[in-house]
Ligand binder design. Structure first.
Ligand SMILES: Cc1cc2nc3c(=O)[nH]c(=O)nc-3n(C[C@H](O)[C@H](O)[C@H](O)COP(=O)(O)OP(=O)(O)OC[C@H]3O[C@@H](n4cnc5c(N)ncnc54)[C@H](O)[C@@H]3O)c2cc1C
Length: 113
């Protein structure tokens, strides 16, 4: 997340040119990397934290059904759950509709998840 020419410039989110899908899910993984690397640079150390390109796209397939696609820079699936997330599921729809908004406001924005 460090600028390739200007070492005191870091970026995250949709404004970067990282070749990943631009999502809030990606930013959640980028933010700790940026924090760790900025702190290292401020301490005059080499930044070592890396972002893998992780991103996630909740894809509703119809009302009440959703696929949660998670992948990295190489489009390799990076599934969180121990079942096939390529299958549209009601439980994944519930996750998107009810759990993710709660997670966003209460855990992600406060830096706890
Ligand atoms: C329809 C839609 C659905 C999405 N669904 C999902 C989802 O389900 N899951 C998911 O993870 N991601 C989703 N995303 C992507 C996610 O919303 C973005 O990746 C994320 O909001 C980007 O955050 P950001 O802070 O980098 O940029 P932004 O949220 O775009 O914030 C940039 C801010 O900068 C402000 N700004 C711009 N220019 C200036 C200026 N000159 N001066 C001052 N301020 C300025 C803008 O007003 C804005 O508030 C969705 C996006 C869209 C559009």
């Amino acid at each position: 997340m460090q600028h390739s020419r200007y070492s005191n410039v870091f970026a995250l989110g949709d404004c970067t040119n990282a070749p990943c899908s631009k999502t809030g899910a990606a930013i959640r993984k980028q933010a700790p990397v940026v924090v760790e690397n900025v702190l290292k640079v401020l301490a005059q150390q080499t930044p070592t934290a890396e972002y893998t390109g992780y991103s996630a796209c909740p894809i509703p397939t119809k009302y009440g059904k959703l696929m949660l696609a998670e992948f990295d820079y190489s489009n390799t699936p990076k599934m969180t759950f121990p079942f096939d997330q390529a299958k549209p599921r009601w439980t994944m729809w519930l996750l998107k509709k009810y759990i993710l908004p709660w997670l966003y406001w209460n855990r992600i924005l406060t830096g706890k998840a």
